[in-house]
Each structure stands twice: as C-alpha cells, then as structure tokens.
Design a protein around this ligand. Structure first.
Ligand code: DAH
Length: 331
C-alpha cells in the first residue's frame, strides 16, 4: 500500500499532460471507475484493520482531491485546444473574429436616459402591468364611468364586465404603487400603453410613456416645475425654451402641459403634469390633508421625435435595419 501511494505521489508531481487527450488518459489511469489506481487503493483498503483504514483512507482521499484539482487546472488550460493541429496553428496575435454589433432601439436609449436622470434625484424605478382593470386605469384616477375624458382614451378591452383592458396610460402605475406604499416616495415608471387609434405618421395603437410622481408633506407646484426643468435641461441643454400651459387632467389639479420650442417644429407638447388631485390620494387611502404630490406623464415617441428629428412614428416599430443601425454609436 505505502509503495503504491509513494508511486502515485511522484506521478502527481510530474503530472504535465501535453494536451487534452493526454489529460484524459491520466484521468482514467488515476480515477477510472474500474481500474483507476485510486479506485484500486480503496478496494485494497477493505482488507486492512480499522485503525489502518483510518490512516490510509485519509491519505488516499487527499491524493484523490489533489488529482482532481490538477485535472481541473489542466482541463481549463487545454479546453481551447481539442487537438494537436489546432494548438500548432493557433496564433495568439491574429485578429479576433468579427461579430456584428447590434444597436439599441431609440426608445430604449431614451428610456435608459430618463431613468438615469431621475435616479440622480432620488427617484426609484418600478414597472407596472400592461393589462389593467377599469379601477386602476380609470376610476381610481378620478375618471368615473360616464366621464367624458374616457372618450379620449380609445380603449382596447380584453373582457367586459368586469372590464379588463390594455392600459391606456402609465398613470395606472401611480395607483398600483400608492395602494401598497405610504409616502414619502418618488417613483418613475416607463412602459407601453395602448389606444385604439388609426395608425398614421403621428399616431399608433401602441406607444410608450414615462410616468413620474412624488408624494410627501408640502410638495408644491414649484417642486414640479423645477423637476421638469431639470429633466428637460438634462436632455436638451440649458438653452432650450420651455413653457407651461394650463390644461386639464382628471387626476391632477391644477394641471399643465409642457411645450418645448425648436426652430424646425415650433412649440411642441412633450408632457402633461400637475398636482395630484386629493380625490386620487383618498382613493388609495393616503390622507390628502397631510400629503400632497405631483405627477407627470411623458410621451417617449414624441420626445424621440425632437431628439432625433424623426417625423413618422411608424418607423420606430417596423424594424427596418437601416433605421436601427443609425443608433449604433449611442452606446
Ligand atoms: N396620463 C396622461 C395621458 O396619457 C398623461 C399625464 C398627464 C400623466 C398628467 C400624468 C399627469 O401623471 O399628471 O394623457
């Protein structure tokens, strides 16, 4: 027994397989299930006394571990060379294989950019479901059944009674989040929304919105304004002209729309916003006497139109490689 152990120890020291096949031979020689030297040693061990079994058992186990370790190291080394020729022909200085790099979709680029901008001022990102019920999409947002503003959202219904639908805006995420969390919080969510609109150069049945909302004690309209200025200046620079126009949304009071000016397009609306209506807060059990907040919703395709000067919304979604390739340098 001791002789064999010594012999194995020596062999392990000189263990230096030339290639993958050599390594495999050695593995079988030592660890092979039938005739491997370690296997044979373990079989032999049965003949020994309990005391000897303990001593030799430990030594053999250590040997086994050592061999396994070496095999691991060499198999990593030889993995890339399956045969001798390959090893001989391998030129480490030759250039790598060229792999065509894809590009990020412009909507994803802008989405990531907006997330980055808001994370810096303490917002957290959440996702919401695209399939919604009436309560989250309309009723809880202060849009009751017979409210005329429902007409503006040509809704795709999946079921009627109870009404299950494709969300028409990301404002439903406000309700989902506020139901589960108590203020203060600052949240951003970006995703797809759906409306039954005729497809044309400026409208589509699916588009993207970014929704932001901030609720705390004493949040004011000037907080909203500064946040919007910060966002738009981060994207378009400090020089851009911005205007707030009074508007109406059922879930905010007061409400505004924000336009930005470009020489090619004139004033273009980029988002709706306002102070969250106390009715909405009460609907999600947040005390509107104590808390206030603002919210805003941005059309991402609209924003992309201004950033990249893209005039036809359909081009975002027909997967024309020539269009998508133009965004390669963006990441
Ligand atoms: N949900 C509105 C829409 O799709 C956009 C919007 C307006 C979202 C004002 C807001 C908001 O959060 O405060 O037309």
């Amino acid at each position: 027994m001791e002789k064999i152990i010594d012999k194995i120890k020596k062999e392990i020291k000189n263990f230096n397989p030339k290639d993958y096949y050599d390594l495999e031979k050695l593995r079988i020689k030592f660890l092979g299930k039938k005739k491997g030297m370690i296997t044979i040693l373990f079989k032999e061990l049965k003949k020994f006394s309990l005391h000897e079994k303990k001593i030799f058992g430990k030594i053999i186990n250590e040997l086994k571990k050592e061999i396994q370790e070496k095999i691991k190291i060499f198999s990593l080394k030889h993995k890339c060379f399956k045969n001798k020729e390959e090893k001989l022909n391998f030129d480490p200085s030759s250039p790598g294989k060229f792999i065509e790099i894809g590009s990020m979709h412009p909507i994803s680029i802008i989405k990531n950019r907006i997330i980055e901008i808001f994370i810096k001022i303490g917002f957290s990102y959440v996702d919401g479901p695209e399939i919604e019920d009436d309560w989250h999409n309309f009723t809880a947002l202060n849009i009751p059944i017979d409210h005329p503003s429902r007409e503006m959202h040509d809704t795709f219904f999946l079921y009627k009674n109870p009404d299950i639908l494709l969300r028409t805006h990301t404002s439903s995420v406000q309700i989902r989040y506020m139901k589960k969390h108590y203020p203060p919080f600052r949240i951003l969510s970006i995703g797809k929304v759906y409306r039954n609109e005729t497809v044309s150069s400026h409208s589509n049945f699916m588009f993207h919105q970014a929704e932001g909302f901030y609720i705390d004690k004493k949040v004011s309209f000037s907080d909203l304004k500064q946040t919007i200025f910060y966002l738009i200046n981060s994207i378009f620079g400090k020089q851009v002209k911005i205007r707030f126009r009074p508007s109406y949304f059922p879930f905010t009071e007061p409400s505004a729309e924000v336009d930005i000016y470009s020489s090619s397009n004139g004033w273009l609306e980029v988002m709706g916003c306002g102070m969250i209506d106390p009715n909405v807060l009460n609907n999600v059990d947040i005390d509107s006497e104590i808390h206030s907040g603002f919210a805003f919703g941005i059309g991402i395709e609209r924003l992309a139109l201004m950033i990249y000067n893209i005039k036809d919304i359909r081009i975002y979604f027909n997967n024309d490689i020539r269009f998508l390739e133009q965004f390669k340098s963006e990441f």
